[in-house]
Write a protein that binds this ligand. Structure first.
Ligand SMILES: CC(C)(COP(=O)(O)OP(=O)(O)OC[C@H]1O[C@@H](n2cnc3c(N)ncnc32)[C@H](O)[C@@H]1OP(=O)(O)O)[C@@H](O)C(=O)NCCC(=O)NCCS
Length: 190
């Protein structure tokens, strides 16, 4: 089980099978999904399949969303991390998306910011990515606050599955050893 980042209060580690209960509590709650274009999950099997899918992404892409665990209690409180996007969104393809989602009773403790910052540090300092992207629904003030507080820049509004979103970009300012990620327009010929 790989740990990708640690903070004062949190451990960000690869998903394990036993995360299914916590992630089910997360995705079955309509309040969690207010700013996500997706219906509540009704069966834990859907979560178990999702965990297996993400575990494959770790192998295929080297990244995937990870569990966020409270250091003190070892409780899984949600997920954060990077996802490799290989479908086209806002004219971009083959890029790294930064995201996070937490169980409702954990909101408002600064965990969102802490996990997002740890993810960005991991992307820049460990993976040495040149850039990462993120989206949030236009009126999702809390998520946009987190993205801006960790240093991502609002670029433009965009359409994401028919819903208006804000498109954010983070650029790694360290100049040495940066991995050139193909933030390619889909129609660009290599
Ligand atoms: C969005 C989410 C990750 C925020 O996580 P969180 O741990 O509650 O956020 P934080 O405690 O780190 O707070 C981040 C900022 O938002 C502010 N904030 C938190 N809750 C707020 C609220 N209800 N109203 C207004 N501001 C709020 C905090 O004060 C903080 O800003 P500050 O640094 O200026 O003080 C969490 O609400 C969540 O998981 N939501 C459901 C999933 C989701 O929407 N994911 C993002 C999709 S783009």
């Amino acid at each position: 089980m790989k740990i990708i980042a640690e903070t004062d209060r949190l451990v960000l580690r690869h998903f394990i099978t036993a995360d299914d209960q916590a992630l089910f509590e997360l995705d079955r709650n309509p309040n969690v999904l207010t700013y996500l274009n997706t219906p509540p999950v009704e069966k834990i099997e859907v979560i178990q399949a999702m965990i297996a899918r993400v575990q494959k992404e770790y192998e295929t892409h080297g990244v995937g969303r990870v569990a966020v665990v409270l250091r003190e209690t070892q409780e899984t409180i949600g997920w954060a991390g990077l996802k490799y996007i290989s479908s086209e969104i806002n004219g971009h393809i083959n890029y790294y998306d930064l995201g996070y989602r937490f169980i409702e009773r954990m909101w408002g403790n600064g965990y969102g910011y802490e996990a997002a910052k740890a993810t960005l540090d991991y992307a820049y300092n460990d993976l040495k990515l040149k850039e990462v992207f993120a989206t949030a629904m236009l009126d999702h003030k809390v998520s946009r606050r987190i993205l801006e507080k960790i240093g991502l820049k609002y670029i433009e509004d965009c359409d994401y599955d028919g819903v208006p979103h804000a498109w954010y970009k983070g650029e790694n300012e360290r100049s040495e050893n940066l991995k050139d990620i193909p933030d390619r327009k889909p129609n660009k010929v290599d």
